[in-house]
Design a protein around this ligand. Structure first.
Ligand code: CTP
Length: 401
């Protein structure tokens, strides 16, 4: 996406991750953005002002007055910006932001800004998970700011954990998201969308499990599309390698069907739309062996017991939610999908047949039919991102009926 003419303020606070901002500025400028860098006084200990101003092609401000005696007007700066990014955002700067402490140019500009604010925290793992930081991040979110969560990895202290600032590519993606979702029609603005995605793993012993080939791609594509349309998305995902950097998507990772069930019903009540795209294991081992099962006999029998049907329970507890299920079938597709629609009290079901090439698990494409009580619509083979658009267009049309 081009960022031609977009005005972005980058506020750098004093953390070792500041060096990564050079790469971000270079990429933003390449994409046509105008970048104004501001620094807190301690950021100068971590990164050179000369490098930043060379890359951004603008003077860098760190104080209310420049050396030549000109006043760096924080109000003008703030109103100039289409977007403000605080990166790296230290625990100290974050705390000042949410409690209104205004003792430097960055804080004064932040408090004068009317544009969207993105925050990329960076700190040591214990500081990051400290209740005060977590509470401050929640407060920042309540203000409507977008948090780009810190990542797992090796930290400057040598410890390993969550606290590393997101990579410049991730931050760039977030900035692009922000601009693209502002440009799009926000058709799901104010709506909460709950999505289940991916497979579930049911442990047999400490090293083995029963799982399936679901990649989670369809669920993540739905989550990103719903977030693009302005929804707050709660994504409950089984183990997958999918990632999303969208600040409007709250991910909850689970492993088993039971965990997915529990997590779903923490949020179901607040959902306006719920979409069950997860491939939930229907059965789990009755007993999970504490130690690794050794091969001894020629055959091994594992007794399985039924997992709770999450979608069916959602159907039973339905109040205001528009409920969407998925059906993956290999025969009598439409008939089976229709019967699931009724049995699980759904408003709509998305059918994919394993008989269609390019449909179902693992693929980047899918070919679907959508069934409601009275309608059946068939769609051609498309990328999962395009399929997500078709599904949400259909949902929106049903809701508006
Ligand atoms: N589903 C669920 N919880 C389960 C099983 C399925 O929420 N324990 C949801 C899936 O996310 C999907 C829909 O139910 O949206 C259909 O799943 P599927 O496994 O095909 O249907 P079942 O009712 O389990 O029927 P069957 O396995 O006999 O085809």
């Amino acid at each position: 996406m081009t960022l031609q003419g977009k005005r972005i303020i980058i506020c750098i606070s004093g953390g070792i991750a500041a060096y990564k901002i050079n790469f971000l500025i270079r990429d933003l400028v390449k994409k046509g953005a105008e970048v104004q860098v501001l620094m807190t006084p301690s950021a100068a200990d971590f990164i050179s002002q000369l490098t930043l101003s060379t890359l951004s092609k603008k003077p860098v401000f760190s104080d209310f007055y420049s050396e030549n005696g000109t006043w760096n007007n924080h109000v003008e700066l703030a109103l100039w910006a289409d977007l403000m990014l605080i990166a790296p955002c230290t625990a100290n700067t974050l705390a000042k932001m949410v409690h209104g402490l205004c003792d430097n140019l960055v804080m004064a500009t932040y408090m004068s800004a009317k544009c969207p604010v993105l925050i990329a925290p960076a700190m040591d793992l214990d500081m990051y998970r400290h209740p005060t930081t977590q509470q401050n991040l929640e407060l920042a979110e309540d203000f409507g700011h977008f948090i780009i969560p810190a990542e797992m990895g090796e930290l400057a202290s040598g410890l390993i954990g969550q606290g590393r600032m997101a990579e410049p590519e991730t931050i760039l993606k977030q900035i692009e998201y922000c601009f693209s979702s502002n440009q799009n029609r926000q058709t799901l603005n104010g709506k909460t969308v709950l999505i289940t995605a991916g497979p579930t793993y049911e442990a047999i012993d400490p090293v083995r499990f029963i799982g399936n080939h679901s990649s989670g791609k369809m669920g993540f594509a739905l989550a990103e599309e719903a977030a693009n349309r302005g929804a707050k998305v709660i994504l409950i995902s089984g183990p997958t390698s999918q990632k999303t950097g969208d600040p409007n998507i709250e991910i909850h990772q689970v492993t088993t069907a039971r965990e997915m069930f529990d997590e779903v019903f923490k949020f179901y009540e607040m959902a306006d739309i719920a979409i069950a795209s997860a491939a939930v294991a229907d059965y789990a081992p009755k007993v999970v062996a504490k130690e690794k099962i050794k091969k001894s006999e020629d055959s091994l029998t594992i007794e399985l017991i039924k997992n709770p049907d999450i979608l069916k329970t959602m159907g039973e507890k339905k109040t205001k939610q528009f409920l969407v299920g998925f059906a993956l079938e290999t025969q009598n597709e439409e008939e089976n999908a229709k019967s699931k629609l009724e049995k699980k009290n759904l408003d709509m079901i998305v059918l994919n047949s394993l008989r269609d090439e390019g449909a179902g698990f693992k693929n980047d494409t899918n070919k679907i039919k959508i069934l409601t009580k009275n309608e059946l619509s068939e769609f051609p083979l498309k990328s999962k991102n395009e399929v997500a658009k078709d599904i949400l267009n259909f949902v929106e049309a049903q809701i508006l009926k």
